[in-house]
Ligand binder design. Structure first.
Ligand code: NAD
Length: 286
């Protein structure tokens, strides 16, 4: 029966295909703020490579969990979820312990959770400032300080780990009305450099990704505000937003950012340390 067994050549091709799919098999990635947008895109890309994923974030969990499971199915990735509020240190500690209980180790840490608020400095509500600094900056310090000791013990004490901080082009340049966000993102680029330097002789790298505009719920709010402010359509508001800052006139996608995260986790990226890597359609080149 010709259909009972795959032909040998097919079996080899199948094994090669699965091996190429499973470059992160056996690794565990904790991705903060991964129930939506960029975090979800990165979680799916890492799962596609076989990494087990700990999801985190607010809102619907079943939908994102199903998407990540589907992305990682062929490579056998497992998915867990913890609802830590990244502004609360005790929650972050609990999430790290939960991840280790579930998967034994955290090998890849993606600090992605973030929020935005737009107002001039003199009008900026102090409690919004505090939340943005806590969620967009301090949470990355807490996850990193908790995860680094286990990364340093990995690979027989030589250390292995990947820390990817989702900063922003606003980690490199400013924009009016975004004081807390720009301060937090410049801060996380600094934290990235120091973390990279402190682990530079080990297998642990730390790098930042600096996206320009990505059409996620975080940015859709700013598109809606522009549409209302100028009495224009959603499409016109998107063009206006891109035209102000992004020479390519294109949004970067969560899928593209996911593939950059996969590259940072790959062997050829072993000596990429402490960079702030833009994917911004030329925004910061101006
Ligand atoms: P998003 O609103 O789609 O997703 C944010 C995620 O963070 C969600 O899962 C949300 O539930 C989670 N989150 C928010 N507050 C949280 C908290 N206190 N605790 C735990 N989770 C929390 O936004 P996004 O655009 O995907 O943003 C993700 C990251 O990318 C942010 O750090 C953002 O600053 C950065 N970024 C976004 C853009 C863009 O254009 N969208 C550009 C540059 C950088």
């Amino acid at each position: 029966n010709a259909f009972a067994e795959p032909a040998p050549i097919m079996a080899v091709l199948h094994r090669t295909f699965i091996a190429r799919l499973s470059r992160l098999k056996g690794k565990t990635a904790l991705v903060t703020g991964s129930t939506s947008g960029i975090g979800l895109g990165i979680a799916k890309a890492l799962a596609r490579q076989g990494a087990n994923i700990v999801l985190n974030g607010f809102g619907d969990v079943d939908g994102p969990r199903a998407e990540v499971l589907a992305a990682g199915q062929a490579a056998g990735a497992q998915v867990a979820y913890h609802g830590a509020d990244m502004s609360r240190v005790a929650d972050i500690e609990d999430m790290v312990q939960y991840s280790v209980r579930n998967f034994g180790q955290i090998d890849i840490l993606v600090n992605n959770a973030g929020i935005q608020h737009v107002a001039r400095v003199e009008d900026f509500p102090p409690e919004r400032w505090d939340s943005i600094i806590a969620i967009n900056l301090s949470s990355a310090f807490h996850t990193s300080r908790l995860v680094l000791p286990m990364m340093q013990a990995a690979d027989g004490g030589k250390g292995w780990g990947r820390i990817i901080n989702v900063a922003s082009v606003h980690g490199l340049v400013g924009s009016a009305q975004k004081s807390a966000y720009v301060a937090a993102k410049h801060g996380i680029v600094g934290l990235t450099k120091v973390t990279a330097l402190e682990n530079a002789t080990s297998g642990i790298t730390c790098n930042a990704i600096c996206p320009g505009w990505v059409l996620t719920p975080l940015v859709q709010k700013q598109v809606d505000a522009k549409a209302e402010q100028h009495g224009i359509s959603n499409e016109e508001a998107k063009k206006l937003l891109l035209g102000e800052k992004e020479p390519s006139m294109q949004f970067t996608t969560p899928e593209e950012l996911g593939e950059l995260a996969v590259f940072f986790c790959s062997p050829p990226a072993a000596n990429v340390r402490g960079v702030a890597w833009n994917m911004d359609g030329g925004w910061a080149a101006q």
